[in-house]
Design a protein around this ligand. Structure first.
Ligand code: GZL
Ligand code: ZN
Length: 338
């Protein structure tokens, strides 16, 4: 019995050595087996745009700015060959949260989010982090800890509010009563544009905001809010500060319906610099618009690819923005793409 088991053990050894030898040769001489990629090598594989799968949760389609922003994202994805899973949140946070959860389930490479409001994102962003999927904030900020998003691509809304106020102070020559039309309550642009504007006018005691009315960034609600303000304050109103052009265009309609001349009896300053705002300035109904750049598509996908390829990116990439006045409206308008 002993002799047999020794022979068997010997044979087994021979087989094991032969097996190792065979694998080793196929491994060394151009292996039929795929090269084992070590963890570090896996990270070194740089994705290209046409390998990128991006989930994007958009606020909605509430304004011309937004539709220009969406067009820029979709056109950029198309031209770069990126697979873009796009969701329109219809200005409802729960729709955006649902979309982000879907993107996580679909194992996208990266998620872009334009948060409709600043708060209420911690748990769903944590779920994305636990799934190893980076979040890029676009256009609007979310109030979350820095570890829950990789970077923010968007404007300095406080700066936009300050620029609007500087123009307003000039127009009113240091004194007047202002109606403020406020964007979506709780959204970063509404909060910061209000704050930036107040930072400047606090130095002018004869300039007051006599009422702030929400208009949710839409033309219809801007018109409604302004009609209510005209009923309350009528000829006392010297000016309107609208957080976006769409609400300003609604206010222009309400002021004309009330029988006053927008841009003359009531000065108007707004933000976005959409094409229709240039037309209003040409018509003498709007006194200035502060640019807010929605054409973020190319920059967003450039960032998305860098983030997926573990390349360093700044925590905030601010958009470049200016201010436009009636005297340059006719010349500039043809070049405006949104
Ligand atoms: C600003 C953007 C705002 C625009 C509005 O970056 O979030 O939302 O100013 C849009 O027109 O609705
Ligand atoms: Zn902006």
């Amino acid at each position: 019995m002993k002799k047999f088991s020794r022979l068997f053990a010997h044979l087994l050894n021979m087989l094991i050595i032969l097996g190792i030898f065979l694998t080793a040769c196929t491994f060394e001489t151009g292996s039929a087996l795929p090269e084992p990629t070590l963890p570090s090598e896996q990270n070194n594989h740089k994705k290209s745009y046409d390998e990128l799968v991006v989930g994007y949760s958009q606020v909605g389609a509430e304004s011309e700015w937004r539709t220009g922003n969406t067009a820029s994202l979709k056109e950029a994805a198309e031209s770069l060959g990126v697979e873009l899973l796009f969701s329109d949140g219809q200005q409802q946070q729960e729709n955006q949260i649902k979309a982000i959860r879907t993107f996580i389930a679909q194992r996208v490479d990266v998620i872009g989010v334009s948060p409709v409001v600043e708060t209420g994102w911690d748990s769903v962003f944590q779920e994305a982090k636990d799934a190893g999927i980076p979040i890029i904030l676009v256009d609007r900020r979310a109030k979350v800890s820095d570890d829950l998003y990789t970077t923010y691509l968007g404007s300095d809304f406080i700066e936009e509010g300050k620029n609007a106020a500087l123009v307003m102070v000039d127009l009113l020559e240091g004194e007047g009563k202002i109606i403020e039309l406020v964007g979506t309550i709780g959204s970063a642009p509404a909060i910061d544009r209000a704050a930036g504007f107040r930072q400047v006018i606090q130095a002018y005691p004869d300039i007051q905001i006599i009422a702030s009315q929400p208009g949710d960034f839409t033309r219809a609600k801007g018109e409604e809010a302004m009609a209510d303000m005209l009923q309350l304050f009528g000829d006392d109103i010297d000016a309107v500060y609208a957080h976006n052009d769409d609400m300003a265009i609604g206010a222009i309609r309400a002021i004309e319906a009330y029988g006053l001349r927008p841009g003359q009896d009531i000065k108007i300053v707004s933000i976005d610099a959409i094409r229709d705002a240039f037309q209003m300035m040409i018509d003498g109904k709007l006194n200035a618009t502060v640019e807010c750049n929605p054409l973020l598509g190319p920059q967003f996908f450039d960032l998305a690819l860098k983030v997926v390829n573990n390349e360093p990116v700044p925590k905030w990439i601010p958009s470049e923005e200016g201010v436009f006045f009636p005297e340059d409206a006719a010349e500039v308008m043809p070049s405006r793409r949104y």
